[in-house]
Design a protein around this ligand. Structure first.
Ligand code: SF4
Ligand code: FE
Length: 488
């Protein structure tokens, strides 16, 4: 059983032979690339905190597969306490990094695939669950980062996978062999792909007859032949290449997403967890989405804590912290942020064991959590910009501060309250800019909207899960409708 240190994690990625493109160039070791290094640092924090005694309860868990202590990101939740600890761990990591630390998609995929393969095997007599558990033990013993990959390219949204003009718009099996399957397609928006050892692929939607080859789930090493990763851009990303420390906002950490392309990739049967079982594709999507909708009630809250801290500091630097409307706005930000946390904890505390023994969140409350996440970070960001003021988007470059002609003038005229330095004020402005307009906003805002499914997906689930008949009968009873006609 090996748990890796940050350095060992870096070395393990470096040993891989992945095909990765960043800004049009093939990059041999992405973790060393200035655009990717911050996201490596963020993912590496999941290893660093696991080594610290004070965080052991949150970061480590006892594996139900081996009885060993493993990183919680590789763990199958065995109780509601595990589900609660997961959310608390994610808040902690959001606080420590101020960004997406990427490793949750793998954890959420493990837990979803575990329970679905168990239920599938029971009904269909297949053998996926034992296979999956052997694979997960391999992951736990090596302390790997696994990218849970769900979102297909999807092409024309009106057409089912097999009816697309290009059959590769959804990942599918193109060949079944005695020793495994060959797959082709692409997965989009893949969080942390460049920092991952493995990719765990799942279908993107419920499927019907005719789309059997699209009902496929499997795991591959990130450097398997035929895998290409192309890193996505983020707002102001090239500031990371400017070599400074101020304009970047979040000095050490960031996230990234990538397109993962699978060109005729061979997967041995031992790593295949679904191959044609149509009826279970929707269930797998629903379980994964449910866990990831819970996840946002932790990670986004931790980032919200950083943002609230940044604007409270800015208010003090600017001398506005005692103004009643500023205090009120800060309180509103806290209220919104803690509401998200309350939802993350609630769907965890109300979780239940599935047939495999792995615990699942309460799906109704997890969807409420995520639907709030599609709105509240935007309002928190709006309030943060309100408090920060227009300098947030008019602040000169750090090169102007370094220039002997302009630096002293800027230091003089951009000073706020005398007891704080201009530099500290600028640092905090850049952090707020990063989180609400820059690379941090990719995860804190747009991903809050669309990650783990866009808001309409949560509305559909709420409509389906709300027991309106039960609510109607409550109302009928109190209204006296079930007691026959009124006599008065
Ligand atoms: Fe984890 Fe949040 Fe990043 Fe998703 S967005 S991988 S839940 S940190
Ligand atoms: Fe996400």
């Amino acid at each position: 059983m090996t748990r890796m240190s940050k350095d060992e994690y870096a070395a393990s990625l470096n040993r891989m032979n992945r095909r990765v493109f960043v800004m049009g160039e093939l990059v041999r070791n992405p973790a060393e690339h200035p655009l990717i290094r911050p996201s490596f640092n963020a993912c590496a924090m999941t290893y660093e905190l696991a080594e610290q005694r004070e965080h052991a309860d949150l970061m480590l868990a006892t594996s139900n597969l081996t009885g060993e202590k493993v990183n919680r990101f590789t763990h199958l939740h065995q109780s509601t306490s595990d589900l609660v600890a997961k959310v608390k761990m994610q808040r902690l990591l959001g606080q420590m990094t101020g960004c997406c630390f990427q490793r949750c998609v793998g954890m959420d995929a493990f837990n979803a695939v575990d329970s679905v393969t168990y239920e599938m095997d029971r009904v269909l007599g297949t053998e996926y669950h034992a296979r999956f558990r052997r694979y997960l033990q391999h992951v736990q013993e090596r302390d790997l980062v696994v990218d849970g990959a769900m979102t297909d390219a999807k092409g024309n949204r009106r057409l089912r996978p097999s009816k697309q003009a290009d059959p590769d718009m959804f990942v599918h099996i193109i060949e079944r062999r005695s020793d495994g399957i060959v797959v082709r397609g692409a997965k989009l928006h893949q969080t942390g792909a460049l920092n991952s050892h493995e990719i765990l692929v799942m279908p993107t939607q419920a499927l019907t007859e005719g789309d059997r080859d699209y009902a496929v789930s499997f795991a591959i090493p990130a450097d398997a032949p035929g895998v290409t990763m192309i890193c996505g851009r983020q707002p102001s990303d090239t500031r990371k290449q400017e070599g400074g420390s101020l304009d970047i906002g979040n000095r050490q950490f960031g996230g990234h997403e990538a397109v993962i392309i699978l060109e005729n990739v061979f997967v041995p049967w031992e790593r295949v967890f679904m191959a044609g079982e149509l009826a279970y594709s929707g269930l797998l999507v629903e379980r994964f989405a449910g866990y990831h909708r819970q996840s946002y009630g932790g990670c986004k809250v931790g980032v919200g804590d950083v943002l609230i801290g940044a604007v409270q500091s800015l208010a003090e630097f600017q001398g506005t912290e005692t103004a009643s409307h500023i205090r009120d706005k800060i309180v509103e930000m806290v209220h919104l942020n803690e509401t998200l946390y309350a939802c993350g904890l609630a769907c965890s505390a109300e979780g239940k064991a599935t047939a495999s023994g792995t615990y699942l969140i309460d799906p109704l409350l997890a969807n409420v959590c995520k639907l709030n996440v599609t709105r509240f970070p935007f309002e928190i960001a709006r309030l943060a910009q309100d408090i920060a003021g227009g300098l947030l988007v008019t602040l000169p470059s750090e090169k102007d501060f370094a220039n002997p002609d302009t630096g002293p003038l800027l230091a003089k005229y951009l000073r706020g309250a005398a007891e704080y330095s201009t530099l500290d004020r600028c640092r905090m402005l850049r952090l707020v800019e990063n989180l609400t307009l820059g690379p941090g906003a990719a995860a804190y805002l747009t991903e809050s909207l669309h990650g783990a499914g866009s808001p309409q997906a949560q509305r559909i689930m709420l409509g389906r899960l709300a027991d309106l008949e039960a609510k109607k009968s409550l109302a009928r009873r109190l209204a006296g409708m079930d007691e026959g006609p009124a006599t008065a």
